[in-house]
Design a protein around this ligand. Structure first.
Ligand SMILES: [Zn+2]
Length: 92
């Protein structure tokens, strides 16, 4: 039996360009939304797609999602505590 060979191009996500601020993040696994709203909802069966950098996602969550839950190492923390880690690391 002869093998059938073909060349394929594979796209690999290696980063994203933030759709809010335009910043480029060169790591995979950023915050990417590809969501279709449900039938009969405000955006009835419409798909919205966008990506956000970590900074814009943090601002969005902190400013617009009052009941968001933040955890570090499985333990719930306040947003102030989470942000303090950022400030501490930035000083080093
Ligand atoms: Zn951004």
């Amino acid at each position: 039996m002869a093998a059938i060979k073909s060349k394929r191009t594979i796209e690999v996500v290696t980063g994203l360009i933030c759709d809010k601020c335009g910043a480029e993040e060169d790591r995979a696994g950023g915050f990417v939304v590809d969501y279709t709203f449900g039938y009969g909802t405000t955006l009835d069966m419409t798909t919205v797609s966008f990506a956000l950098c970590d900074s814009c996602l943090a601002q969005l969550v902190i400013n617009q999602i009052p009941n968001a839950v933040f955890t570090q190492n499985g333990k719930q923390v306040t947003v102030e505590h989470a942000h303090q880690g950022f400030i501490t690391r930035k000083k080093k």
